[in-house]
Design a protein around this ligand. Structure first.
Ligand code: PLP
Length: 798
């Protein structure tokens, strides 16, 4: 949109006055932030209305991305950038002696997700709108987002994230789009008067689902999609009745918190309620919209594509069947055909514990009609497939087995597409993890390598680098990310290399300032900034990183004069509240940090920084400052990873196992611009098959490893009496589930190569340049365009 600085300043002052009855002088940053948000909303209101009307008029096919997590972070700057008024607004504010960055900080992070899964969903929202594709989000409006992490004596402490307290400028409550969702009771099938059966419900609890729509602004294209998040309420007709505090709370809990603790039965039931709640509400609202178009129901799949992001929304299968059977009165065969054509599914993990299963009794008592439908799907699957493929394959793939409902099986059987999220991961699905399904439905399997919303991770997070790009290759990369490859031509250009180096240094100073404020520790921008930021999980192997740090510490203690390029190891990670082992690792990292950061004999050569409360906003400061990107999961365990992509875009060099999308990063940048180490997938599976991995052998054979591990139990690392033993035993007595000891030596060697190479700054920057210039294929624009073309069959409006 067009906006002059003068008009902005006038609009801003007027908004402040109208909204808060305040003058500039009497306002605080909170009012400034809110006014700026309200004004931004006004700037896109017309485009939003137009986008919505146009879709309806053209009866365009739309995609709906169902996800139990979204992790957008902050929206103010991203909306300004997309509207094309970022610079104007920043300049206008400056004239008023205000700072856009400072105001933007007032916005709470929208943290309705745990990590990569939710962030991917948000990158997809951005790309759908920016590519002009009609695609919307569907999820839950949790009153409390992911917990706020604090460290107390080195331990993780979880505090509630009440992000809605001071209001959310972006969302719009859509009262007239509310629907009702039913739970529990009994269901009977009774004659419907025309030869069929219809369900009769008794004692069902009916709740009201209210949608809150958050616009998703496309990048400078006047396209606005929406993310619809559902909140639960007590139906108006029930409001008059007397409800106890407990009854009221039981209802409100459904959309109160993200991932309630599932270690107790009550917690798990709540989770299942959440899943059905947002699935049913979302599908009903889509069904209502479709009905309003006045088309025959047979057209449903040619107007609607619904995506099941991981297994949490897998109840889409029986719920869509329910609507088509019970509301539209279709035959089973017809309803099934439409359901499979409408739905598609993404698998995000091969970890067994993450594949959802629900006990039959839970599904049956909470969702009696849905359970009937699941039973029928299962029975028909068995009857149809057994003669074709035999009983063994059917037993391995059916939905109801051993008293539980398998959600992944439900999602695969009830949809026309199942994709993995990186080439390696998709191949593992086909050949190993979901091999039996692949035999049944080979045509359904495909790969869609993840991607990142590069606008947020470069233009917003890294203005210094963006400026170097503008000055070197022009500004077209901002619109067409493929053009970032033009940078490759400057590999030998000393001016450009110098500018890239200076931008990195600027970002390291910016992060250093934040580290000083948050931790009191001073770090030098001359040091290598070595970054590992991701959820804390054993398979991601933060522990391997820590063992190497302890090795460096012991080396320096053994020889204080040791020549070493100074290193700052930077961590950001939350552990799930009930995941004790992950919390143990957090404690150990914090104690090593405490030890190392206060030991003057190390002469500043080693610092360990664990920043609290890792989230999108923190990532935006850490990533541009990284020299080294730690992507060190055990091969086969990380489905894709996306922080690996964000970091390469920002010029960090990847230190990686051949896991997830790391393989494709290697292909993109070339072997000589990445540091690889560790077991490969076939080697890992070889160990599994033979069952002959013995962690103890590696301990006995390697005196360095011995010293490092002993430091966890002999007091060298203080304050971890208990935790040190837990780590020690997990590696030796429980045989090191994630092959940390097996990969230790090769990891240390790769780290040594990094140190050697870093000393040649010119060459290092050349490698960094190659990484930046090779990132286009990891843009989520590319990812979303192949979802649109291959799976959803939706078209760009532009
Ligand atoms: C990108 C991102 C992730 C995903 O990181 P991985 O290393 O791919 O697991 C998690 N959390 C936040 C806040 C992110 O921005």
């Amino acid at each position: 949109m067009k906006l002059s600085k003068k008009k902005f300043v006038a609009d801003f002052t007027r908004t402040l006055h109208e909204r808060f009855a305040l003058s500039l002088e009497d306002s605080s940053n909170y009012e400034f932030y809110m006014s700026l948000g309200i004004l931004t909303r006004a700037y896109y209101a017309k485009a939003w209305q137009k986008s919505t009307e146009q879709l309806k008029r053209n009866q365009s096919k739309q995609a709906y991305y169902f996800s139990i997590e979204f992790l957008p972070g902050k929206l103010l700057k991203s909306n300004l950038l997309s509207l094309g008024i970022y610079d104007t607004v920043a300049a206008g504010l400056k004239d008023l002696n205000l700072d856009l960055d400072e105001l933007a900080n007032y916005e709470p992070d929208m943290a309705l997700g745990n990590g990569g899964l939710g962030r991917l969903a948000s990158c997809f929202m951005d790309s759908l709108a920016s590519c002009g594709l009609p695609g919307n989000g569907n999820g839950i409006r949790y009153n409390y987002g992911l917990f706020k992490q604090k460290f107390v004596d080195g331990y993780q402490v979880e505090l509630p994230d009440s992000w809605l307290t001071s209001g959310n400028v972006w969302e719009v409550r859509k009262e007239n789009k509310a629907v009702e969702v039913g739970f529990g009771g009994e269901v009977y099938l009774v004659p419907d008067g025309s030869g069929g059966l219809q369900p009769l419900y008794e004692n069902q609890e009916i709740l009201r689902a209210i949608p809150y729509d958050t616009p998703v602004v496309g990048y400078q294209n006047d396209i606005i999609n929406q993310m619809r998040l559902w909140s639960v309420e007590i139906p108006l007709r029930e409001e008059g009745k007397y409800l106890t505090v407990e009854q009221r709370k039981a209802v409100e809990d459904i959309t109160a918190v993200l991932y309630p603790d599932d270690s107790s039965e009550a917690g798990r039931l709540l989770r299942l309620k959440q899943e059905y709640f947002f699935v049913s509400a979302g599908l009903q609202s889509i069904h209502n919209y479709f009905t309003s178009l006045g088309l025959p129901i047979e057209d449903f799949p040619s107007k609607v594509a619904i995506h099941i992001n991981d297994t949490h929304p897998a109840l889409c299968v029986p719920e869509l069947m329910r609507l088509l059977l019970d509301v539209n009165g279709l035959t089973w065969e017809k309803a099934w055909d439409l359901t499979v054509k409408t739905l598609s599914y993404t698998n995000h993990t091969i970890l067994q514990e993450a594949l959802e299963k629900w006990p039959i009794f839970m599904v049956q008592s909470l969702l009696p009609r849905i359970y009937q439908i699941i039973q029928e799907i299962d029975a028909r699957f068995v009857a149809e497939k057994t003669p074709q493929v035999g009983p063994t394959l059917v037993r391995n793939t059916r939905i109801i087995q051993d008293g539980v409902v398998h959600m992944a099986n439900l999602a695969i059987i009830g949809s026309h597409s199942t994709n993995g999220v990186a080439k390696l991961h998709s191949d593992l699905l086909k050949n190993v993890v979901l091999h039996d399904f692949y035999l049944l439905y080979p045509e359904r399997f495909n790969n869609k390598t993840n991607g990142i919303a590069h606008r947020r991770w470069s233009q917003l997070a890294n203005p210094a680098l963006s400026q170097v790009l503008d000055e070197t290759i022009g500004t077209t990369w901002r619109k067409n990310i493929e053009d970032i490859a033009l940078l490759k031509a400057y590999r030998e250009d000393d001016e450009v290399l110098k500018a890239l180096h200076a931008a990195k240094r600027h970002n390291k100073e910016r992060l250093g300032q934040l580290i000083l404020e948050k931790t009191g520790v001073r770090v030098s921008p001359d040091a290598i900034f070595d970054v590992q930021i991701k959820r804390l999980h054993a398979y991601k192997r933060q522990l391997l990183n820590l063992l190497h740090i302890v090795k460096l510490y012991l080396d320096l203690k053994g020889n204080p004069q040791l020549a070493m390029v100074p290193r700052v190891f930077i961590f950001g990670a939350k552990a799930a509240p009930s995941y004790d082992y992950a919390k143990t690792i957090i404690k150990c990292i914090n104690e090593v940090a405490n030890l190392v950061n206060h030991d003057d004999t190390l002469q500043g050569k080693l610092k360990v920084i664990f920043l609290e409360n890792y989230n999108v906003s923190l990532a935006e400061v850490i990533i541009p400052a990284a020299d080294v990107s730690e992507q060190i999961s055990l091969a086969s365990k990380e489905a894709s990873g996306t922080s690996n992509m964000k970091l390469m875009l920002n010029g960090a060099l990847t230190l990686a196992t051949l896991d997830g999308a790391n393989v494709e990063i290697r292909d993109a940048v070339g072997e000589e611009n990445i540091y690889l180490f560790g077991l490969t997938v076939p080697e890992v599976y070889g160990y599994y098959q033979r069952g002959d991995y013995c962690a103890m052998d590696y301990y006995h054979a390697d005196p360095v490893l011995q010293k490092v591990l002993n430091a966890f139990v002999n007091g060298v690392i203080p304050n971890i009496q208990q935790e040190g033993h837990v780590i020690f035993e997990s590696l030796l007595n429980y045989n090191d589930e994630y092959f940390v000891l097996r990969d230790f030596a090769s990891y240390v060697a790769a780290q040594a190569a990094i140190e050697a190479d870093y000393q040649n700054q010119r060459h290092w920057t050349q490698m960094s340049l190659q990484n930046i210039a090779s990132m286009a294929r990891f843009s989520s624009d590319r990812t979303i365009e192949s979802y649109a073309a291959d799976i959803w069959h939706i078209e760009s409006k532009q």
